[in-house]
Design a protein around this ligand. Structure first.
Ligand code: PLP
Length: 392
């Protein structure tokens, strides 16, 4: 009997230890990790430098309320601005970062309508859930926060029709993660940005999964030649220490004046000490170039597998955020199970997409190992399916 809510579909597997890009379960079995704990552990497991930073901060001070100055927050905020004029608000999760973004957009514009997109995922709190364009995530929780409008992703005409002087913001992921690793078109995003400017609406980019080097640049928005008014971060920011951030252009700063918004734990010293080091290490040209190189290796290996496999119908994504579209839903769960048996952990996204989010520290050798396992599992399944079809 479990004393937990059954709100997660858990595998019969407990990971108890990790080192670099490898995880170990309760039986001692080792797994190559192509999940990063859903895009969190961008620097891998048991990193000595991050351990050291956390240990040092833990013996100094864990927590002070946001009633006092916090130099670590200042340092992280300056690094996250990355040479641009953004200010930060720190919180503890992705949903909270989006919650802050939604509140800031409404307060700053004095308007309420927010356009988001079908298949998006923005989190589970009321605001973030209401922003999420998936009926299955809303089911049973209505009434939602009003004035969210869901439009089809990557289509310009519906945005043109819907955006108006009542629109506070357009909010989107540059690559829809949970929805199926669906990248936005550059020309679409640029047109959406122009429409926002034209109608006085803010452009909110949810970089919770795509940010912190995941797509090969520090932020995915750099690859779209845009400057969001507001963007949000979480997953990779603390390499497993819970932390989120909402960044907005400095011109928006005064709309979040004293008393407007806040969080007890947000920007906690333990979280900030780790985030500071994570950002310092990932936002380096050499580190990001290396991640791009690994991405190229993984994409080309997957494309070679796809050429031979009937089970793969498409491969997409950017950097080390990769979606492999499979022929059907049934195949996906079997593939994931078989990969696990063979010692490779991967994820799903949407109903038919095998999602790979390896740590950015993944090595060439590990990518080759992962590709061998993926090819083997797909080949085995293909011959089994072929066999059963002939048997019918
Ligand atoms: C994971 C995710 C969230 C939610 O983050 P939580 O920390 O689980 O609240 C929001 N948006 C995107 C794009 C995500 O991938």
């Amino acid at each position: 009997m479990s004393y937990l809510f059954p709100n997660y579909q858990r595998k019969k597997l407990e990971l108890i230890k990790g080192s670099k890009n490898t995880l170990i379960d309760q039986t001692g079995k080792r797994y190559l990790d192509f999940t990063s704990g859903i895009g969190v552990m961008n620097l891998g497991y048991n990193d000595p430098e991050l351990n050291q930073v956390l240990l040092e901060q833990s013996s100094l001070l864990w927590h002070t309320p946001n009633l006092y100055e916090n130099d670590l927050q200042e340092q992280v905020a300056e690094k996250l601005a990355n040479g641009k004029d953004y200010v930060s608000y720190f919180c503890n999760s992705g949903a909270e970062a989006n919650e802050a973004a939604i509140k800031l957009a409404r307060k700053a514009t004095g308007k309420s309508k927010i356009i988001t997109f079908t298949n998006s995922f923005h989190g589970r709190t009321y605001g973030a859930m209401s922003a999420t364009g998936q009926d299955s995530i809303h089911a049973g929780f209505e009434p939602l926060v009003p004035d969210f409008i869901y439009l089809p992703f990557n289509e310009l005409e519906p945005v043109k029709m819907e955006i108006d002087q009542q629109t506070a913001a357009v909010m989107l992921e540059l690559i829809q993660g949970e929805g199926g690793v669906l990248p936005a078109d550059v020309s679409w995003i640029q047109a959406v940005q122009s429409l926002c400017k034209e109608h006085g609406a803010l452009l909110i980019i949810d970089e919770i999964q795509t940010g912190i080097g995941r797509t090969g640049t520090f932020y995915a928005y750099e690859q779209y030649q845009i400057e969001p008014d507001i963007f949000t971060l979480a997953k990779g920011l603390g390499n497993g220490i819970p932390v989120g951030a909402m960044l907005g252009k400095r011109s928006l700063a005064n709309f979040f004046g004293p008393g407007s918004h806040g969080s007890t734990f947000g920007g906690n010293k333990l979280a900030m000490s780790v985030a500071c080091k994570v950002v310092e290490r990932i936002n380096q040209p050499a580190f990001l170039q290396d991640a791009q190189k690994k991405s190229g290796q993984l994409f080309s290996g997957l494309n070679q597998i796809a050429e031979k496999s009937k089970m793969i119908t498409g491969i997409r994504g950017k950097g080390l955020m990769i979606g492999i579209e499979l022929a059907d839903q049934h195949t996906l769960s079997v593939v994931l199970e078989q990969l696990e048996v063979e010692g490779l952990l991967a994820l799903k996204a949407g109903q038919t997409v095998l999602r790979l989010l390896p740590p950015l520290t993944i090595t060439e050798k590990e990518i080759d190992q992962g590709l061998v396992i993926i090819e083997k599992v797909l080949n085995n399944l293909e011959s089994q399916i072929g066999f059963s079809e002939k048997g019918e």
